[in-house]
Design a protein around this ligand. Structure first.
Ligand code: AMP
Length: 544
């Protein structure tokens, strides 16, 4: 929309993501970018070198006739070469489609074909997997393996190793930017819990605004003094935007490669002096198991962002009391680029004299930054009050939030322009959002909603529990009742009654699950989240 009064007298500075890496190259050139290599050793680079090699990627793509707007897939863990690739692809105006290697073959085949990915950059460790997929993906013309020639011997004619490939490219020939900011930059597919996965295509503008929004002090608030370990993978909503935010802030960036076990993450945190990190709760559970088995402490870490699924009290206490680390509990989703809210304190929450009340604030998913607006609505679409008790559908709007899915003409927003996140929650008078469920995971007992997330959070605080999940079971009278599924800590045994007794007094009596089952393994989806579909299928028989 152009102003009807006067022309805009400020510069047309199109917000394209190449500006982020150019900024880091010019103003933080020697700040390190570090990554674990396939053999476990640590590779060291810096923002200037990453930018130079990203330019070589762009030149290589244009030399081979890749045009702007073409989708380029990546099937890779977080590494220096992967970061170079995504800046090289996006800077050039092609679209970087980060594929999640943990998905099933048929899901990946669907995504590659639906996106019409023309080239794929893949880690050598995923070679066998990719070679299984390619016969079903006729649109893919070329594969670049993110390694050197020794790592991927005997390649077919349409594949080459990254180092040999970029060696030919002259970085000075790269033409970055020079296209409108609403040009597509990146593509991610949602976890696809029902039906086919859906594509979310981010524009350059939406990515830059997400970077600025999430960089605010009460959000991720990264600085040039921070060392950032991006445990969250680039294939999970672009690592929550962290490689963009690190370039904007000039932070040192650390990339864990394929090793996400407790020992390897601990080693990186300590040896690189990491001050900030981010991942889903399951990663931190693995780290804590390793720390307690080996009686170790975290000496440099100051803040950790935890999101993707609800953060438990045990994790917040473990980080805070055991290691002096502040937990930022974050909520968001692929459709939001992904950050929606973070549990930063307010004077009123900090000033609460009662520790339990302060913890209750910390456990909530948090408040919106400037750049995200949110409403909660009842079934009929009316806005619910912000009283901390009335639950509703969480609807969001903002410049980094989806308008329509990729290759789908229908708008994904309501008449007011708000997107329905599929999450259910409350907002309290201080503006703190609390997720009580996914709408499809809601338990409706006798017409009233029971929050599976809240019961899980309390049950997972039981000293014998490693993980807890609550799912709805059919019931003849109440229609649905909660069933608690528990994975115990190694070596522990427990009875159902112990867990039911533990919950009593902490939740309303009618929320107490009707039954408790113990499992050896919790089913986890491709982004490390609990897969309730599997649990529902497994325990499908009525409990009563
Ligand atoms: P994804 O698009 O794969 O990142 O999944 C997004 C979904 O994960 C959200 O819609 C929520 O249901 C869930 N989620 C993300 N963060 C949280 C959180 N902090 N607490 C509870 N659920 C979360």
């Amino acid at each position: 929309m152009d102003s009807v009064f006067e022309p805009d007298l400020m510069q047309r500075w199109e917000m394209t993501v190449d500006r982020l890496i150019v900024h880091a190259e010019r103003w933080h050139s020697t700040r390190e970018v570090v990554g674990r290599l396939a053999d476990g050793s640590i590779g060291r680079s810096n923002w200037a070198t990453v930018a130079r090699r990203a330019r070589q990627v762009s030149v290589g793509l244009s030399a081979h006739g890749i045009t702007r707007g073409t989708r380029i897939g990546t099937l890779a863990m977080n590494s220096i070469r992967h970061v170079e690739t995504w800046y090289g692809v996006m800077g050039y105006g092609a679209v970087c489609h980060t594929l999640n290697p943990r998905l099933f073959d048929d899901q990946l085949i669907y995504m590659i074909n639906h996106a019409d990915d023309r080239w794929i950059f893949a880690d050598p460790i995923f070679r066998a997997q990719l070679e299984r997929l390619l016969p079903h993906c006729p649109g893919v013309e070329k594969v670049i393996y993110l390694g050197d020639s020794s790592e991927v011997p005997a390649l077919p004619a349409n594949a080459i190793d990254y180092e040999t490939w970029i060696a030919e490219a002259d970085p000075s020939l790269a033409a970055w930017g020079q296209f409108p900011e609403r040009t597509p930059a990146a593509l991610c597919y949602t976890s696809g819990t029902t039906g086919n996965p859906k594509g979310v295509q981010y524009s350059h503008r939406s990515q830059i605004l997400h970077t600025l929004v999430s960089g605010q002090r009460d959000f991720l608030g990264l600085s040039a003094r921070d060392t950032l370990l991006s445990v969250v993978p680039m294939f999970h909503v672009n690592a929550w935007g962290l490689p963009f935010i690190a370039a904007a802030a000039g932070s040192k960036l650390v990339l864990p490669g394929a090793r996400l076990d407790g020992a390897s993450v601990y080693e990186l945190l300590e040896s690189e002096g990491v001050t900030f990190t981010a991942a889903v709760p399951t990663v931190w559970q693995l780290l804590f198991d390793f720390l307690s088995e080996n009686n170790l402490r975290l000496s440099t870490l100051k803040r950790v962002a935890i999101g993707g699924s609800a953060c438990t009290e045990a994790l917040i206490r473990g980080f805070r009391d055991g290691h002096g680390v502040e937990v930022l509990h974050a909520w968001g989703m692929t459709e939001m680029s992904p950050i929606g809210t973070i549990s930063g304190p307010l004077p009123v929450s900090l000033g609460e004299p009662d520790e339990a009340t302060r913890m209750a604030y910390n456990l909530k998913q948090g408040r919106v930054p400037f750049g995200v607006d949110l409403k909660i609505t009842a079934e009929n679409g009316d806005r619910q009050p912000h009283d901390g008790t009335a639950p509703g559908h969480i609807m969001v709007s903002g410049p980094s939030i989806i308008q329509s899915y990729f290759r789908d003409d229908k708008p994904a927003v309501d008449a007011e322009g708000y997107f329905d996140t599929g999450d259910i929650g409350t907002v309290d008078p201080q503006g703190y959002l609390q997720i009580t469920d996914r709408s499809k995971d809601l338990i409706k007992s006798g017409g009233e909603w029971i929050s599976s997330v809240e019961i899980e959070n309390i049950a997972s605080g039981h000293p014998k529990a490693l993980m807890a999940a609550v799912v709805a079971m059919p019931h003849p009278k109440w229609r649905e009742r909660p069933l608690l599924v528990v994975k115990l800590r190694p070596g522990q045994t427990a009875t159902a009654q112990e867990f039911l007794d533990y919950l009593k007094g902490k939740i309303a009596n009618w929320w107490i699950p009707d039954e408790v089952r113990f499992v050896d393994e919790m089913p986890l989806g491709a982004t490390g989240k609990l897969d309730k579909k599997v649990l529902r299928a497994k325990f499908a028989a009525p409990v009563i």
